[in-house]
Every structure is written in structure tokens, then in C-alpha cells.
Write a protein that binds this ligand. Sequence first.
Ligand SMILES: O=C(O)[C@H]1O[C@H](OP(=O)(O)OP(=O)(O)OC[C@H]2O[C@@H](n3ccc(=O)[nH]c3=O)[C@H](O)[C@@H]2O)[C@H](O)[C@@H](O)[C@H]1O
Length: 441
Amino acid sequence: MKSSHLDNIPSTPGKFKIEKSQYLHRFRWHYSYLAKLTFWSFVFLGLIFIFFFKSPPPPSSPSSIITPSDLSRRSLKTRSWGGPVWEKRVRSSAKIRSKSGFSVLVTGAAGFVGTHVSASLKRRGDGVLGLDNFNDYYDPSLKRARQALLERSGIYIVEGDINDVALLKKLFEVIPFTHVMHLAAQAGVRYAMENPNSYIHSNIAGFVNLLEVCKSANPQPAIVWASSSSVYGLNTKVPFSEKDRTDQPASLYAATKKAGEEIAHTYNHIYGLSLTGLRFFTVYGPWGRPDMAYFFFTRDILKGKAIPIFESANHGTVARDFTYIDDIVKGCLGALDTAEKSTGSGGKKKGPAQLRIFNLGNTSPVPVSDLVSILEKLLKVKAKRRVMKLPRNGDVPFTHANISLAQREFGYKPTTDLQMGLKKFVRWYVSYYGSGKKSDH
Ligand SMILES: O=C(O)[C@H]1O[C@H](OP(=O)(O)OP(=O)(O)OC[C@H]2O[C@@H](n3ccc(=O)[nH]c3=O)[C@H](O)[C@@H]2O)[C@H](O)[C@@H](O)[C@H]1O
């Protein structure tokens, strides 16, 4: 094809010298070609240098078992655990300081319930080691603040995931834990529609990993773990009793907690693990979870932002058996104190072991609109209420606990009503975030 006249027009007008010799032209072309080649060779070598010398070194393996989840985790991040200094920290945190105290591994220790339970155990002289992956389901700076709080009382939180088998094995190698308080989980009922896999990852895969390590440990620990009131799902019989059916979960969250209860049965049956599941009823209080209604209602009321208040069909009330954190902590400690030893060892069952489920609620459901009225009084700000139909997102219209079983077994008796509990929460909230309308968390 013939070139068009446009091809002969220089890109830099005025510099085009048609009379220059062919030789000079070729020399210049070669010269610039060599310069470019040298330049790009240096860039290429530089990149190779950065790749080999700056990439993180492979972790010095304190343990030999590597799982696929470890590998994917490590490809992003180097291992933050292992070594003599780390082991010393672990030992010191888990050291029992009272006669007949326990050594407890608390998973989810930087979480809301985990922080409170860890602090309480430590106060009474038990050895406590925390484990938490510090994920960003909600503001991780709140988890870091809780961590700092625990650190001040000598509790170390190992940063890691319950899916990391090598880490769990290492922890049991260093400390023969008598108990595991398993509170690490993907919480939240509505978020399950946004990120279903996170529930499978933490509440099912993570739980199984933990049980696998516990069943092989010698001695096997007794395990107390967080189930949920949400397992009652669409039940209409009130108050909810542990004997009631729990086969109608309304959310994937509830379904994973129910699955956890069945998985617990299996590990108890095959391996003799002592397992106690606690069905928590809408736990609230200082250092709580910002994804929960009472927490973000407080934030939004202070900001003057509208709050959505759900109502069920025919303008029916939506109510919860809100339970104050201190009551829940007492229930957790009661369950730990009455947990019998696991009967197996090294993966073999030696005899039947304890398997329990308890409701931990407050036994007095309160409509969500009343919760808002209490907050209005405490905050001295009128809420902008947007009443709307309960969305089909996993929420159930009401919860109400029958707590007689926990009462009988370990004297569980909640003592804080919603009015008093929210007063303590608001006091904490204001001291932590300030009462201004600027809190942007
Ligand atoms: O007991 C449990 O097993 C669960 O408790 C908690 O779930 P819930 O009881 O659903 O608490 P939470 O979200 O605070 O909603 C409270 C109320 O406000 C209503 N609600 C909620 C949001 C909203 O925008 N408007 C509203 O009216 C809503 O309809 C509800 O009536 C934990 O989050 C969960 O992890 C699990 O532990």
C-alpha cells in the first residue's frame, strides 16, 4: 500500500533536515537505540533485584504442619508468631496465679464478649491467652483499644486465625490449656446476606479446626463456646427453652450456629470432648459491637441522623431479650466452672463426656421502640425515627429466653435491666467517642 503524504510530516516541525547524509542518520538511529536498550535493561535488572531481595523471607517454621489456608495467608503476610520471645509472652499470659485456677485459651479475645470474659478470668487468677484475627468486619481500632486494655492486665492476644492449624497446634504445644473459651465467630444476622462465606469460614471451618486440635491435644481441654439465640429462628413458642426445636433458622448466621451445635455433638460423641454451647441473647454494653442496633442508634441519634426501627406484620412489635454484658460474663464463668473434664486423649475417647447447651438471656424482652426511648432520655436528644417493615434479611420478630437450666446448673441470674445497662453503655460511649456529633466510626 502506498504511504500517504501525512506519513512524511515530522512530529516535531522545523527539525526535519532532508539534506543530512544517510550515514549520519543511521548512526543517530543506532545510538538512540543502544541508549534505550541500556536504559530498559537497567530497569529490568532493577525489578529483578527488588523482587529477590526485598520480598519477605519464608517464615522460620516453628511447626511442621502447613495447611492450604496457611499458605494463602502467608503469601500475603509473614508469620507473626513463634520464637523464644513469643513463647515467653504466651507462657506469662497463660500463667495460673490462683490455687485451682484454669489456663484458658480465649478465641475472639479482642471481640466484645471475649474482652470482658478475658478480663474477668484474669482478675480471679486464671491464666488467659487470647487469640484474635483482628478482622475488619467492624472498626478494627476498637478491637485494638480492647487489646490495649487487656494488655494492661497482662493478657497477651496472639494475632491469628482459628483456621490456622499450625498456630493452634503450637499454642497447645506451649500451653496444656485446661479450658477453651471459644468466642471467635462471624457475628451479625443481617451481614450474612452480604458475605455468606465469612460465616462458613469462621463459624464452621474455623470451629472444626479448633475441635480437631483440641481432640488431639493431650490433655484435651474442656470447651465452652458461643452459640446464639438465633438458633430458635421462626419458633413461636415462648419463652425459648433449650428443649424447643431449632430446625428453622431464619438466617445463614443462625444456620451456622445451629451447625456448630451439631458439630459439637459429633466431637463429643467420637472423641470425648467436653462441650458446652451458650445461646447468647442480644448481648449489649460498654465496649460493644458497632454493628448492633443499640450501638449505631446511639451514634446516629447523636448525629441527628434518622434511625430505622423495624416492625413486624400488622404494625407488630419487634422485641429482643437484651442481655447485659456483665450477666453474660457471669454465665460464661459459671459454664467454665461447671465444665467437666474431657474424657479422651490423643484423639481417642475413653468414656462418655459432658455435652451441654444453655440459654443466657435476660428473660424480659423489650420492644426496639422502647430501647430507642431509653436512649433518647439518656442522650437527651430526640431520635428521628423511621419505622419500617422488618426486612426479609434474617431478623426474627422477637426473642425471649427461658434461663431455668443455667440457673439450676450454675446459678445464672441476670441482674441488670435494659435501663441500667444502657446507662452504663452510654456513659462508656460518651467517654470513648465523646458526646459531640462528630464521632465518625
Ligand atoms: O442474640 C443473638 O443471637 C444475636 O444477637 C444480635 O442480633 P440481633 O438481636 O438481631 O441484634 P441487633 O442487630 O442489635 O438488633 C436488635 C434489634 O433491633 C432491630 N433493628 C436492627 C437494625 C435496624 O436498623 N433496625 C432495627 O429495628 C432488630 O430487628 C432487632 O430486633 C447479634 O447482632 C447477633 O450477632 C447474635 O448474637
